[in-house]
Design a protein around this ligand. Structure first.
Ligand code: 3EB
Length: 323
């Protein structure tokens, strides 16, 4: 394996010598006005940064060999010998159409995978407008889960359970529904968290279709570990509703248990993390817990994003590398 690595750089930063950008994820404080970079995509969430000296960053996904790109019709695709990075975006769907919009988006994603030399997803990121709008089973997140589940069972049941994922709400109504994914010629190794019920076994109370994702995915032969969105969920229930400080402590306990399950306890080298905050004002609470955690010196980017359950205030995801 030539190795995939992920790092934070300044805006427009170059990859290390001899490496190539597979995908640049650009974080902006005002994503609605940002111009997409030629070699990547804009994350549709506002980057929080109290420090004006460190205003902008890009997350660079780098590989050792040449990258080819194509784009058009809401699709952006980058391909190296070993990996494909794809991104699809569509206008925000309205009301009851949410699950249909997600099912068609997923059918397109699955068709791209099936036609690609890299048919196995390793992680799928979802940024969803109005994620908590609607009550009970009509909440958009539940409709999203139903649409994803329907498309998968119809088109690609062999991909179940899906690898690592993130699903976060876009607070700004004007930004498109954005899904992007990393894929390879062979599947990764999925890892579950012993503190948490597997998402595909969540009971009926969380919606008509369970979420399809694994807690994390290890890339075979590479050492990179892709961490799913991890929140203050123990078993299947949300802990410390509305309390961002207590939720942060629970979230870090979950992250520690997941890294241990992946065989990375005490061996993980700084990768790249993102923290999603429902409420920008809770960053000091979360930052305090981060400072007390084993990840205090990892590159990290706080972002303004909504968590899929209304009572959850904070979530973390990212990449760790084995030492
Ligand atoms: C959870 O533990 C939090 O539906 O793809 C995290 C990561 C969450 C991915 C998804 C949802 C998803 O249930 C929510």
């Amino acid at each position: 394996m030539s190795g995939l690595e992920v790092r934070l750089t300044a805006r427009g930063g170059r990859p290390p010598p001899g490496r190539h950008v597979l995908a640049r994820i650009a974080f902006h404080t005002l994503p609605e006005t940002a111009k997409p970079p030629a070699d990547g995509v804009v994350l549709p969430l506002a980057a929080l940064d109290a420090d004006p000296e460190r205003p902008a960053t890009d997350e660079l996904w780098c590989v050792g060999d040449r990258v080819e790109r194509r784009c058009g019709d809401g699709l952006w695709l980058a391909q190296s010998r070993e990996f494909t990075f794809g991104c699809l975006h569509v206008p925000p769907p309205a009301g009851a159409d949410y699950s249909n919009a997600i099912a068609s988006l997923y059918e397109r994603l699955l068709a791209e995978l099936a036609a690609s030399p890299h048919p196995y997803p390793l992680k799928i990121w979802h940024y969803l407008p109005a994620i908590n709008r609607g009550a009970g089973d009509d909440e958009n997140y539940r409709r999203f889960c139903a649409g994803r589940d329907r498309a998968l069972r119809a088109v690609a049941p062999h991909l179940l359970p899906l690898p690592a994922a993130t699903a976060i709400g876009i607070p700004n109504d004007g930004l498109p529904l954005t899904v992007y994914w990393l894929a390879a010629a062979r599947p990764g190794v999925n890892v579950e968290n012993p503190r948490q019920t597997s998402a595909w076994h969540y009971p009926r109370e969380y919606g008509p279709a369970s979420p399809n994702f694994s807690r994390g995915t290890l890339l075979s032969g590479n050492g990179l570990f892709l961490i799913s969105g991890t929140a203050s969920v123990v078993g299947h229930s949300s802990r410390h509703p509305g309390d961002s400080a207590a939720q942060s402590a629970e979230m870090f306990a979950n992250l520690g248990a997941l890294l241990e399950a992946a065989g990375l306890a005490g061996r993980a080298t700084p990768g790249c993390l993102r923290i999603y905050l429902r409420d920008r004002a809770s960053w000091p609470d979360v930052a305090r817990r981060l400072a007390e955690s084993p990840w205090h010196d990892w590159p990290i980017r706080p972002l303004h994003g909504e968590i899929c359950r209304a009572e959850l205030m904070v979530e973390i995801d990212g990449v760790a590398a084995g030492s």
